[in-house]
Design a protein. Structure first.
Length: 386
């Protein structure tokens, strides 16, 4: 030891096994701590193993010294070769003796010879070591879970990217096919127009062809992100106001208002619905009733932009009579665009309406409404400007 102390310097690595043993534990521990002071002052790097509690406590008093404990499995009485920094190791003498089969009375008597302070210190060291082992296991579990979550996120990101690529490819393919269909349809209809001009067609023929061309364009046009007439959940409504019923895809006239409930008239039937299940037109719409001297009455909904005729539930002959008067009224008012709501059903009423429009001399063109406006259930009519 004297030679080590003489030669130790900042380039030295000193290894001491069980420093301070072979003599009185208290005196041996004191000598070991003094040696460590000398080596530390010389700047040597020193590694010491010990079972002496005084030497273990030395590391808690010196800032340049740190404890480290080798983990010990109490079940197998074998070291796990895991090194925990920052805590002193426990000697486990009583634990090992108990596992080796020494009588319990002997162990109890031996524990009694320990001072209260030393016994408490040993218990504290063992508790700290146990907590350190539990913490290490939890950290390992947490790291495994974190790694697993990282892998799952990477897989999910890759899958989403692949799905997005497939979706974009399908959209591009559908768009190209749709554009091709539109061009083909327009070319065919333009040729038809050319033939009709050569044959000097009447106005009805031109209106029919114009309507067909517009129908093709509307059917293949992308759905707009927002409708021309946005709707909103109503907060206040009035009797006679028209509200949209999203669940039914139709409209109803307000007959009575009772708090958050309203009573609606829909095609002659009464419905009671909450305001939250309805939508309000912007600008607001109101029903107007018109009588023609005791004959069948029609209801025309008008706004500043267009007029609408509801024919749902009507017979063909009755509907055509209403449509004829509706077009005449619109011409007198100087309107250029109309909406005729005939519904879908079996298509009989829709065909009759469009055949009538095709033969009307004041109808320039007609076509189905876009999806947001009712699709094939509604026909938009363009009138000749007066």
């Amino acid at each position: 030891m004297g030679q080590i102390l003489q030669q130790a310097d900042t380039h030295s690595l000193v290894l001491l096994d069980e420093a301070g043993t072979g003599t009185d534990p208290a005196e041996g521990a004191a000598l070991a701590m003094a040696v460590l002071d000398e080596l530390s002052g010389a700047g040597a790097k020193t590694l010491v193993t010990t079972h002496l509690n005084l030497v273990k406590g030395y590391a808690l008093l010196e800032s340049r010294v740190e404890n480290a404990a080798v983990e010990f499995d109490e079940q197998t009485l074998q070291p796990t070769y895991r090194l925990h920094y920052g805590i002193p190791g426990a000697s486990k003498a009583f634990t090992i003796a108990r596992r080796l089969g020494l009588p319990e009375t002997l162990l109890t008597r031996a524990e009694g010879y320990l001072g209260e302070g030393e016994k408490a210190g040993l218990d504290l060291i063992e508790k700290i070591n146990q907590q350190q082992q539990d913490l290490s296991r939890r950290l390992e579990d947490a790291e495994q879970l974190q790694n697993r979550a990282r892998l799952e996120r990477a897989k999910r990101k890759q899958l989403l990217e692949e799905l997005e690529g497939q979706r974009q490819a399908l959209l591009d393919k559908a768009r190209r096919r749709g554009e091709g269909l539109v061009r083909e349809a327009e070319d065919n209809i333009k040729r038809l127009f050319k033939d009709l001009r050569q044959e000097k067609p009447d106005v009805a023929g031109q209106a029919r062809v114009t309507g067909e061309l517009r129908q093709v364009r509307e059917a293949l046009r992308p759905i707009p992100a927002a409708t021309s007439q946005p709707v909103a959940v109503p907060k206040e409504v009035a009797v006679g106001e028209l509200l949209r019923i999203p669940a039914l895809g139709s409209e109803g006239e307000v007959v009575r208002v009772a708090g958050g409930q309203v009573e609606l008239s829909v095609q002659g039937k009464k419905l009671r619905l909450s305001l939250s299940s309805l939508e309000q037109f912007q600008p607001r719409r109101f029903a107007r009733r018109k009588s023609d001297g005791g004959q069948v009455r029609s209801r025309v909904e008008r706004t500043a932009a267009h007029s609408r005729l509801l024919l749902i539930g009507k017979r063909v002959d009755e509907a055509l009579g209403l449509l004829d008067r509706f077009v005449d009224d619109a011409l007198l008012q100087g309107l250029s665009e109309l909406e005729v709501v005939h519904g879908c059903g079996e298509g009989i009423l829709r065909r009759a309406v469009r055949e009538f429009l095709a033969g009307h001399r004041e109808v320039v063109a007609f076509h189905a409404a876009d999806l947001a406006g009712g699709g094939n259930n509604v026909t938009i009519v363009q009138l000749r400007s007066v």
